[in-house]
Design a protein around this ligand. Structure first.
Ligand SMILES: Cc1cc2nc3c(=O)[nH]c(=O)nc-3n(C[C@H](O)[C@H](O)[C@H](O)COP(=O)(O)O)c2cc1C
Length: 247
């Protein structure tokens, strides 16, 4: 079966880390992206999300620097080189592989979050926060299912927030914009505290979990890391029974 326009767009969306800094993204477009994000499903339609639109260059630089520092720790120190080579084995040219590893271990790969023109940074950064007190109130407490008054839980907020994020990334792609989801600057407690403080996020009720850089891509990019096909990731009825399309 041929892919239709939506499926082609889903498959062609790539993480964009080089932006055309001569073009800003209008508030109108950002509004559309966030609006589309809000159409994501959420448990009991609680919409446990908030988005901070970061246009302030100093804030972008601060958040981007956190990403760079974390990347140096993560890829430069904690991840063995063989593991980096394994993960990047889809890059066939030796020179490109070396370059990618270099920019990972030096943190340079994440300079784009700072939004600076010299490093092709993104003009806008969206910070997604989720409600950590996310509980349903329409159902009696069900033992062992998470929430205090209902069955929703902070875990549901992470799931719903992730769906909202993907909606925003796809909406941006549909509008001709590039995005990159990033978590590296937010997966450490101290980083969350500092970033939350700068942005006024009321921890621990609300928690920033992901960032999305938004801008016009500097280069057209549709090829990316390969995906496992359904026959490798799907089963029919039982874990070890491959799902295959019958002719
Ligand atoms: C939860 C999550 C966290 C991610 N964190 C980062 C990150 O910190 N920095 C980054 O540049 N990309 C990050 N990415 C983007 C992935 O690296 C990228 O989506 C993946 O390599 C597949 O590439 P593609 O989106 O171009 O297909 C993240 C994506 C997700 C979903």
């Amino acid at each position: 079966m041929e892919d239709n326009e939506v499926i082609r767009m889903i498959k062609n969306r790539r993480a964009i880390r080089d932006y055309d800094t001569s073009k800003d993204v209008s508030d109108e477009l950002i509004y559309k992206i966030i609006e589309a994000g809000g159409y994501a499903p959420s448990a009991e339609n609680q919409q446990p999300w908030r988005v901070i639109v970061v246009r302030d260059k100093e804030l972008q630089k601060f958040i981007g620097q956190k990403a760079v520092e974390r990347t140096i720790l993560l890829f430069g120190r904690a991840t063995p080189r063989e593991e980096l080579e394994r993960r990047l084995s889809y890059i066939k040219s030796k020179a490109s592989l070396e370059r990618t590893i270099d920019i990972l271990i030096s943190g340079a790969r994440f300079e784009y979050i700072k939004g600076e023109p010299e490093t092709d940074g993104a003009p806008v950064l969206l910070v997604l926060c989720i409600d950590q007190t996310h509980v349903g109130n329409s159902q009696p407490t069900l033992r062992g299912t998470g929430g205090v008054y209902g069955w929703s839980s902070p875990r549901h907020a992470v799931i719903a927030g992730s769906m909202m994020m993907q909606n925003m990334a796809l909406a941006a792609a549909a509008l001709g914009l590039g995005t990159c989801v990033s978590s590296v600057q937010l997966d450490h407690f101290d980083d969350i505290e500092e970033i939350s403080d700068k942005l006024g996020v009321p921890l621990p009720h609300w928690k920033p979990i992901l960032c999305l850089t938004v801008g016009y891509p500097k280069f057209e990019r549709t090829l990316g890391p390969p995906r496992q096909p359904p026959e490798e990731i799907a089963f029919l009825n039982h874990w070890d029974k491959p799902f295959e399309v019958k002719e």
